[in-house]
Design a protein around this ligand. Structure first.
Ligand code: 13P
Length: 255
């Protein structure tokens, strides 16, 4: 299956930015700029922005996602959010296993897997993030790290469920640093991820998965990154907070 048959997805990951009022304003600015996009457009926003974001994008081609979810349906998990809560508010996607969660909040492949399974069971589409640290790349173990994350994060995810999974390759050293992976580096690891998926499932299933690149992707480098055959989209941090920049990336993915 060639790249053209996969769904290109540009998703903003707003991280801990924008109040509900600001979310409405930003989405209001993004809406007209991406109205004729020929790719899927998603904004993953802080929990408290979800309701405002869903309202602001009703009837448009922008889908809304959250930035995490818990695996339990309810219970004594102070500060956590359930898949049912996300579904009811209108979220369709959820970012899971982001390196900031892994680095600062003790997220492990085991918890990423539990969250992924729960999201899929609830009918949410997880954007599962994997990526190596700079130290790991320098030690030449990028492929080992990625293979392990893919295997563990998707443990017990069925081939049918895989159809609703998006993978984001985000080299940790490229996030928020302005230091983008080269298009060749991004392609190399995205192709490796697809090969791992083919091993765990089969080639057809692997060929159908949208694999995004994330890490300082912007309006200046999106064309080259998205031109690569295994890079099917982007997970955008900083540039997703500026309507024109985000729209330019969406345009690059629409070619
Ligand atoms: P930046 O685009 O700000 O580097 O962030 C990337 C990212 O972490 C998206 O999830």
């Amino acid at each position: 299956m060639d790249k053209a048959k996969r769904k290109a997805i540009i998703a903003g990951n707003w991280k801990m930015n924008k109040t509900p009022k600001e979310a409405t304003e930003l989405l209001g600015a993004i809406k007209p700029l991406v109205a004729d996009a020929d790719c899927e457009v998603i904004a993953c926003v802080p929990y408290v922005d979800l309701a405002a974001a869903v309202e602001a994008t009703a009837g448009t081609n922008i889908k809304i996602g959250a930035e995490n979810c818990h695996w339990a349906e309810s219970g004594a998990f102070t500060g956590e959010i359930s898949t049912g809560m996300l579904k009811e508010v209108g979220a369709e996607y959820v970012v899971l296993g982001h390196s900031e969660r892994r680095q600062y909040f003790g997220e492990t492949d085991e918890t990423v897997n539990k969250r992924t399974k729960a999201a899929l069971a609830a009918g949410l589409k997880p954007i599962v993030c994997v990526g190596e640290l700079l130290w790991e790349r320098e030690c030449n173990i990028t492929e080992e790290v990625i293979a392990r994350q893919i295997k563990l994060d998707l443990w017990d995810v069925t081939e049918e469920e895989l159809k609703n999974v998006v993978i984001a390759y985000e080299p940790v050293w490229a996030i928020g640093t302005g230091k983008t992976a080269t298009a060749d580096q991004a392609e190399e690891v995205c192709a490796f991820i697809r090969a791992q998926l083919a091993k765990l499932y089969n080639q057809d299933a692997a060929d159908a998965v949208t694999i995004q690149y994330g890490g300082s992707m912007n309006d200046g480098n999106a064309d080259e990154l998205l031109g690569k055959v295994n890079v099917d989209g982007g997970l955008i941090g900083g540039a997703s907070l500026v309507a024109e920049k985000f729209a330019a990336i969406v345009k690059a993915a629409s070619k």
